[in-house]
Write a protein that binds this ligand. Structure first.
Ligand SMILES: *[C@@H]1O[C@H](CO)[C@@H](O)[C@H](O)[C@H]1NC(C)=O
Length: 328
């Protein structure tokens, strides 16, 4: 009788329970929602459904992505969640559809965690398959914005707090690999970024309008800044970052858009870094036309540079295209 009853339990959706000592609470395995690890079947809905159930759980919950390749389109994992302990545990690889984010309706993002409090993202590889977009931009170096799709950043943590990302690997993003946006209390541990030296706009980690963001033990090889600190950031700690190839670790550019407040950047520590074959090392760049805002309380400490073109640059007259800057 017991066996007969078990046959009628739904076999997709619904949590499995972690064994004793697992500590992960309810486990929502994306393959139980129909995701297939074949790199071909669209797994976007199964991922979103597994997330929705985990996020709804009143107790600690884990979305589990087993080994294998999962094709996932543009997806927003939306909070707030019922529990402040949601884990996204990824053993496999998330593969972007080729040419995703190429229509004008695209939000410019591939994967987003939005308005989540108390999130851990553990492991996983993200493959943004950015090569077709880079090729377009390389063929249109003068006006890529006019002739090429806008593309999408790979992972965005947006409007969230108390987030830990650990052991993530991001490769071949169309645009920025990892973006921290308007968030507070985000730690990025052991993030690896991989993209070719000539891939345009592929910043490794970009931090924007956020505070208390820490980056530890990152290994970044890419075509733009390894770490870029945009406007409105405070209390950042960046320690043990290997960068190269890449454009270095930058604060800015700041002050390009007139009339925006919150351009200020303060209390940033960048400690123990290794730059190898990069165009720049440590850099602060502000547009010559900027009229307000400030950068203060920045410490760059213990940097090792090998084959770096411009080891330290503080440029208060930034104007990369050399046109359209009011003071030129
Ligand atoms: C500066 O930021 C660090 C975190 O990176 C924080 O521990 C420290 O308290 C901040 N200092 C001030 C004066 O706010």
């Amino acid at each position: 009788h017991l066996h007969a009853a078990l046959v009628f339990l739904p076999n997709n959706g619904g949590p499995a329970w972690a064994g004793p000592g697992g500590g992960a609470g309810a486990v929502y395995d994306v393959t139980r929602y129909g995701a297939r690890p074949d790199g071909m079947t669209d797994a976007t809905l199964p991922f979103l459904r597994a997330w929705a159930d985990a996020c709804r759980s009143p107790r600690p919950a884990t979305v589990l992505v087993p080994p294998g390749m999962f094709l996932v389109g543009s997806a927003t994992f939306m909070g707030p969640c019922a529990t402040r302990a949601v884990t996204f545990n990824v053993a496999g690889t998330l593969l972007a559809p080729s040419g995703y984010g190429w229509d004008s309706a695209s939000p410019g993002r591939w994967l987003t965690f939005e308005s989540v409090e108390g999130l851990a993202v553990s492991g996983g590889t993200l493959d943004g398959r950015g090569a077709p977009l880079w090729a377009c931009k390389q063929q249109q170096p003068q006006q890529p914005r006019l002739h090429c799709p806008s593309g999408a950043s790979s992972l965005t943590i947006s409007n969230s707090r108390d987030v830990v990302v650990d052991g993530l690997r991001s490769m071949n993003s169309e645009l920025f690999h990892v973006v921290v946006l308007q968030s507070n209390g985000v730690t990025l541990n052991r993030v690896t970024v991989d993209a070719p030296e000539d891939s345009p706009n592929t910043d490794g980690i970009h931090i924007h309008m956020s505070s208390h963001v820490s980056v530890y033990d990152a290994n970044i090889r890419t075509g733009d800044d390894c770490v870029s600190v945009g406007p409105g950031n405070s209390n950042l700690w960046i320690e043990r970052v290997a960068c190269g190839p890449g454009h270095g670790i930058s604060i800015g550019s700041l002050g390009h858009q007139q009339g925006l407040d919150m351009e200020d950047v303060q209390n940033v520590t960048v400690k123990t870094t290794w730059f190898t074959g990069t165009s720049n090392g440590l850099r602060i760049k502000t547009w010559g036309s900027s009229k307000q805002g400030f950068v203060r309380g920045v410490t760059f400490e213990d940097a090792t540079m090998t084959g770096v073109h411009n080891p330290i640059i503080i440029d208060q007259n930034y104007c990369p295209q050399k046109v359209g800057c009011s003071d030129r």
